[in-house]
Write a new protein. Structure first.
Length: 337
């Protein structure tokens, strides 16, 4: 394939995207870390992972934008706007940007409302001249993919050509790509499910079993859909691979950073201690704060989100929160159809 793909971010999922795409075409992987760049270019390895010779690394964003028509940002949501501001003068309407970040952009210094919380595609549109924008989301645990285990993902965009180019560079016998035009809902689902992965991690840390985790996932899905609809998203993405599919994977796996974060909190670690242990960002920690403030502003009742927030941010005892969640009144089992 005569197409170089740029990956921005050399974390675990950035490496995963680079590995998948390198099976189909050449990849340029951007990292600010000179040691990482040197390791990739001279040894074809990083973090003990052997990489394809089709993957080259750079610490020059200008070079990346010049060489690559398709760019895949894979960095924490908190750094996306600054990154795009740095790249903006080198990006044109001829570029494709398909991000793989499952988080939300917001101003931590302002009151969080529906009007000032943005998905990554919205940030791309705000900060660059790029028109052909998409996102990658789904049950895509990095460790499993790097181990060669099969899965699927969703590429969502308003434009068929974005979905098509994403399919061409990512598809393989072990990685199936679905398409969706519901990008906003797909992005919200990918961000919101991290909150409930923290919740099931809390239950895992207390060794409370799969039955209760399944209950939290089910009720959590209802809260995801309710908030998504309040923000203007359609229900369908939450019931697909990027919604319930990703929720199940993230909320049940020890390989999930958000699940692991919740487990560490239940075991008595502070937020900072848990972050240090995990090394990479658990996006759900920041999303949880956004969801709490949005629910308050929208006058929504999201009891599971509320209790997870108080456990993580206010040291509320998990056992007491669990008791309240278990007996929280609800008339119907399924409330989103």
């Amino acid at each position: 394939m005569d197409l170089k793909v740029g990956i921005v971010g050399a974390g675990s999922f950035g490496l995963t995207m680079a590995t998948l795409i390198s099976a189909n075409t050449d990849v340029i992987l951007y990292s600010r870390n000179a040691t990482k760049v040197e390791s990739i270019n001279q040894k074809n390895t990083l973090k003990g992972i052997s990489l394809s010779k089709n993957i080259k690394a750079t610490s020059d964003l200008t070079y990346l934008c010049k060489e690559c028509r398709l760019i895949v940002p894979v960095i924490p949501a908190a750094g996306m706007r600054i990154l795009l501001q740095q790249m903006s003068q080198h990006l044109t309407p001829s570029h494709f940007l398909i991000h793989a970040t499952k988080g939300l952009d917001y101003d931590a210094e302002s009151v969080i409302t529906k009007k000032n919380v943005f998905t990554m595609s919205q940030v791309i549109a705000q900060e660059t001249s790029v028109v052909r924008i998409g996102c990658i989301s789904g049950p895509n645990l990095a460790k499993e993919i790097l181990a060669g285990q099969p899965t699927a993902t969703v590429i969502a965009s308003e434009y068929d050509e974005v979905i098509d180019i994403g399919r061409k560079v990512l598809s393989s016998k072990r990685f199936f790509v679905f398409g969706s035009h519901r990008m906003y809902g797909v992005e919200l689902a990918g961000a919101l499910k991290n909150v409930f992965a923290i919740g099931t991690g809390l239950l895992g840390g207390m060794e409370l079993g799969k039955n209760l985790q399944a209950l939290l996932i089910t009720r959590g899905l209802q809260e995801m859909i309710a908030l998504g609809e309040a923000l203007g998203a359609k229900t369908e993405p939450f019931l697909g691979s990027a919604g319930i599919g990703d929720l199940i994977a993230t909320a049940t796996s020890e390989s999930s950073r958000n699940y692991s974060f919740g487990k560490l909190i239940a075991q008595g670690k502070t937020i900072e201690e848990a972050k240090d242990i995990l090394e990479e960002v658990a996006e759900g920690v920041h999303t949880l704060n956004v969801v709490k403030q949005l629910a308050k502003n929208l006058k929504m009742n999201l009891p599971i989100c509320e209790f997870i927030y108080h456990i993580v941010y206010n040291n509320y005892p998990v056992s007491r929160a669990l008791e309240k969640i278990m007996y929280y009144p609800s008339k119907n089992d399924v409330e989103f159809m």
